[in-house]
Ligand binder design. Structure first.
Ligand SMILES: NC(=O)c1ccc[n+]([C@@H]2O[C@H](COP(=O)([O-])OP(=O)(O)OC[C@H]3O[C@@H](n4cnc5c(N)ncnc54)[C@H](O)[C@@H]3O)[C@@H](O)[C@H]2O)c1
Length: 423
């Protein structure tokens, strides 16, 4: 059942499955859209569903089956741990619900293929969240790419140097596991891997190393890869959750005519032959998180970097270009010497930092809202959405190739595939 929304559009009912960190962001994003209404939520922990339902005045269903049985749920947001995306999405597709699936599409290509087949087989549409494609700087980069202003692409670099504490990994049993999460690259870096492919086109081969240095987890907390794209261009990927204090996510694209640098969704550098060089055009992320470049304003981690026994803590004053040595000298007694300084911590309330570099909950819902709005338009128009499940699968394939290359010490060749938007 659909109510009438603003401007005469059909108002779609949403059900959210999994109401942890990102489920709450979906509720906010849905709340921003005149064409959407949150009808029901469910969670394996019923109290969580009840709490969010209370906030948004919607139903808390006791099970996935009960949520899927509702006529007023047209679209299901799949916000459960990554390794359960296909399992939940396949059931929702079988119930005839369109799917907004959180990134990554799942943790294995086999699961991704089952999910894509289920959506196709049941005639429902699916998008996989890659909200940063909707950051405003990316619109501008797309225009530069499509107009040929950059020339022939030569080099693309995607960097996610974030910081997560051991407490983050310990906060839920699925985090940092191979089967349900994946490492830094599959959870955190995947956003900018998606942007890298979206800008540079399909990857043809990957050579990588991974390391687990600063956390007790079964997956990598740092991944590095060299990429050769199908076009012949080359690139690099860096992803880490061990980089204190956490920096802006970065995408750099160089063509024969110049370079564009994106940081946290904003173009911070645009240097094209024939144009006056300078800092990038203003641009910015959607919503209130837009602000100064995060490279030098990275948020204070929610808790100090308490590394595992195996990790060598940073020596105070030796982390180049990050927190000044004086900041670190104030580490709280009894915590490890590289811990977040007391002065630093007093400067920000834990959990309120404006971006995700060091705060898992620092997610502005407006780019999610933009992606979901585009998805609703695709449903109305009976076309594929801007972010397809196939492109999310291509991103997963690169991540899996990184893991395979790191495991075997060999270059991994990737079959040719198209990627949304890429020329
Ligand atoms: N797009 C982004 O920026 C972004 C940010 C954070 C997380 N994510 C993705 O969202 C997903 C969830 O991450 P999170 O940080 O919100 O995790 P979380 O642990 O905070 O929340 C997951 C929720 O799912 C519930 N759950 C688990 N299994 C379930 C099941 N079978 N049925 C119903 N509920 C179930 C848990 O009880 C929990 O409340 C992951 O895939 C993650 O990669 C995306």
């Amino acid at each position: 059942m659909n109510e009438s929304g603003a401007a005469g559009t059909r108002r779609r009912g949403f059900g959210i499955v999994g109401v942890g960190v990102i489920g709450a962001v979906h509720a906010e994003a849905i709340g921003l859209l005149p064409g959407a209404r949150l009808a029901a939520v469910t969670d394996a922990v019923p109290g969580r569903a009840k709490a969010l339902a209370g906030e948004w005045d919607c139903a808390a269903e006791p099970s996935l089956a009960a949520l899927l049985a509702r006529d007023d749920v047209d679209v299901v947001s799949v916000c459960v741990p990554s390794g359960l995306h296909a399992e939940v999405g396949i059931q929702a597709a079988a119930a005839g619900k369109h799917l907004v699936v959180e990134k990554p599409i799942d943790v294995t290509l086999e699961a991704a293929d089952r999910l894509i087949a289920a959506a196709r087989g049941n005639g429902v549409l699916i998008t996989v969240i890659s909200q940063h494609r909707f950051d405003t700087g990316l619109d501008e980069l797309r225009r530069l790419l499509d107009s040929g202003a950059l020339g022939s692409l030569l080099l693309g670099e995607a960097s996610t140097k974030w910081y997560r504490t051991q407490g983050y990994y310990d906060s839920a049993a699925w985090r940092g596991t191979r089967d349900l999460d994946g490492g830094s690259l599959l959870n955190q870096g995947v956003h900018y891997v998606d942007l890298l492919l979206w800008a540079m086109g399909p990857a043809a081969e990957v050579t990588a190393i991974c390391a687990t240095q600063a956390h007790r987890v079964e997956v990598e907390d740092t991944a590095l890869a060299l990429v050769r794209f199908a076009s012949g261009a080359v690139g690099t990927i860096v992803s880490s959750t061990a980089v204190y204090p956490g920096f802006a996510q970065r995408l750099e694209v160089t063509g024969t005519n110049g370079t564009v640098v994106v940081e946290d969704g904003r173009i911070t550098r645009r240097a094209l032959a024939g144009e006056r060089h300078g800092p990038g055009s203003p641009g910015g992320q959607r919503g209130p998180s837009a602000g100064p470049t995060a490279s030098h304003t990275a948020a204070t981690p929610a808790t100090p970097p308490a590394g595992p026994a195996a990790a060598t803590p940073a020596t105070p004053g030796t982390d180049p270009g990050a927190t000044p040595a004086t900041d670190r000298s104030a580490a709280r007694p009894g915590t490890d010497p590289g811990a977040t300084p007391a002065t630093d911590r007093s400067a920000a309330t834990p959990g309120t930092e404006p971006n995700a570099a060091a705060n898992p909950g620092g997610i502005d819902p407006s780019s999610h809202a933009a992606q979901i709005a585009e998805f609703l338009t695709a449903i109305d128009q009976g076309r594929q959405p801007a972010v397809t499940a196939e492109s999310a699968r291509a991103t997963l394939e690169v991540v899996r190739a990184v893991y395979e290359s790191a495991r075997t010490g060999r270059t991994v060749v990737i079959p040719a595939r198209s990627v949304d938007g890429a020329r």
